[in-house]
Design a binder for this molecule. Structure first.
Ligand SMILES: Cc1cc2nc3c(=O)[nH]c(=O)nc-3n(C[C@H](O)[C@H](O)[C@H](O)COP(=O)(O)OP(=O)(O)OC[C@H]3O[C@@H](n4cnc5c(N)ncnc54)[C@H](O)[C@@H]3O)c2cc1C
Length: 412
């Protein structure tokens, strides 16, 4: 059964990361938001890189069998990571998204063969900071990933990629700023629909892969988001993640493998949402306390002030999202399929943080609207959690399909 008490290990880690968030992230959060694209937050990146190298080694070790004679420690990698992400996003979500590693790494971890994990992930244990981005979205294929038009054509021992990917988080970091890679979704057989879509690893510096645009954004402005064009971009045949076989028309089993990445990453997006939401609530509570207003818990709803009701609703929403997130992570740690729970956590947390930060701005009046404080920034940053890795609507659709046992065609 899931234990709702965090282990001592996680609690210690959480406390340590909180200190880092408070002392290293908060003081520069405004600067990197205002100076979008001017420079990378190298102090933060270098510090996180040291931890990330250690964590990468630990993850690979944890996938091996426990050594004989040694007691097996409870698996808690995902839940630990979710708690770290919550704290970092409490510090600043845009800076947190600069952390080396990234979605491309999660994809290789989720669906790569042992040989691919060794070949592509070893670099995350040594040398200078590196990023692995994930390029799925196209101008006409976001929620509807099956509409992807980028192609991968086999030519002897190589694949040749063509197409344009937009809104790639840390794309420039992976392609230009480091010896990273991009995981690219492309179709190898358009006539096969979803079954023809596969993911491919394209190394930094591969001819034919070019960053063509950096996005200017509403929020998470410290994080780079870019367009990448693939033009006759040749990669080795075994850079395909999963099987190169195309299942028969209508089959989605190959595509499900590709989608498995989201089961690992959606709970982490939810954890990030929790951090921003908590930052906003902490701030409002502190401001109210400074004005001599304390929130009375446990009193009759008839006697509550409207501020007390608002705050308690904000807290309850965030806590409900946290429990869903921890459950999705716990299932991942137990190697249970968490597709439904990952979408539940993401849908709930994305919506909760959007509403919580809006309400926080509202409660604080002009203080909430001022750029002297970070509250307005948190409201801008919050919305992304309801957008990337599947919008709120799409994740709710997945939940509805799974609960009602409807197919994709029955419930669109
Ligand atoms: C800052 C940022 C970073 C990003 N990072 C990445 C990244 O690293 N890699 C990557 O591949 N992509 C990334 N994206 C893209 C993101 O994942 C997509 O924007 C998102 O999936 C939505 O797809 P779309 O833009 O095509 O919107 P659309 O699919 O066109 O959706 C528009 C609206 O319609 C709604 N909608 C669509 N279909 C349905 C339906 N069937 N039922 C109900 N409502 C529906 C959506 O919920 C949304 O509200 C990023 C986006 C942003 C803004």
């Amino acid at each position: 059964m899931i234990d709702f008490e965090l282990s001592e290990n996680i609690q210690n880690m959480k406390n340590m990361v909180h200190m880092l968030a408070e002392n290293m992230m908060r003081p520069v959060a405004r600067q990197f938001d205002e100076e979008e694209h001017k420079e990378k937050p190298w102090d933060f990146i270098n510090m996180m890189w040291e931890d990330s190298k250690r964590r990468s080694k630990a993850r690979i070790e944890s996938q091996k069998k426990p050594k004989e004679g040694k007691p097996e420690r409870p698996a808690e990698n995902s839940i630990t990571f979710a708690n770290i992400i919550e704290e970092l996003s409490w510090g600043d979500c845009g800076l947190y998204l600069n952390m080396p590693g990234g979605l491309g790494v999660a994809a290789v971890e989720a669906v790569g063969t042992p040989e691919q994990k060794e070949r592509f992930l070893k670099r995350f244990q040594e040398g200078a900071p590196k990023w692995g981005a994930m390029a799925i979205t196209e101008a006409n294929a976001g929620s509807d990933t099956a509409a992807i038009t980028a192609t991968a054509t086999r030519d002897g021992d190589e694949w040749v990629l063509n197409g344009e990917k937009i809104f790639v988080t840390s794309g420039k970091s992976a392609v230009v700023d480091s010896e990273g890679f991009v995981v690219v979704w492309a179709t190898i057989d358009k006539s096969a629909g979803r079954a023809g879509i596969k993911s491919f690893i394209v190394e930094h510096g591969t001819p034919g892969m070019t960053v063509t645009k950096l996005e200017r954004k509403l929020g998470i402005r410290a994080s780079d988001t870019c367009t990448i064009v693939f033009e006759d971009c040749r990669i080795p045949f075994d850079n395909i993640l999963g099987s190169p076989e195309v299942q028969k028309k209508g089959s989605t089993s190959g595509f499900k493998g590709v989608m498995a990445t989201f089961d690992a990453t959606r709970p982490m997006v939810a954890a990030s949402a929790l951090g921003i939401g908590r930052a906003a609530i902490d701030f409002v509570r502190e401001e109210l306390a400074n004005r001599g207003i304390t929130i009375r818990y446990g009193i009759s709803p008839y006697r509550m002030t409207s501020v007390e009701r608002d705050i308690q609703q904000m807290e309850a929403n965030l806590q409900a999202a946290r429990l869903l997130t921890w459950r999705a992570c716990w299932m991942m740690d137990q190697r249970l399929r968490n597709n439904l729970e990952a979408s539940m956590a993401k849908a709930k947390a994305g919506l909760a943080v959007t509403l919580v930060t809006q309400k926080a701005v509202e409660l604080m009046g002009p203080l909430g609207y001022s750029r002297d404080l970070l509250l307005e920034k948190w409201m801008r940053d919050a919305k992304i959690n309801d957008l990337f890795e599947g919008t709120g609507q799409i994740n709710m659709l997945i939940v509805a399909r799974r609960i009602l046992d409807y197919s994709r065609d029955q419930l669109k």
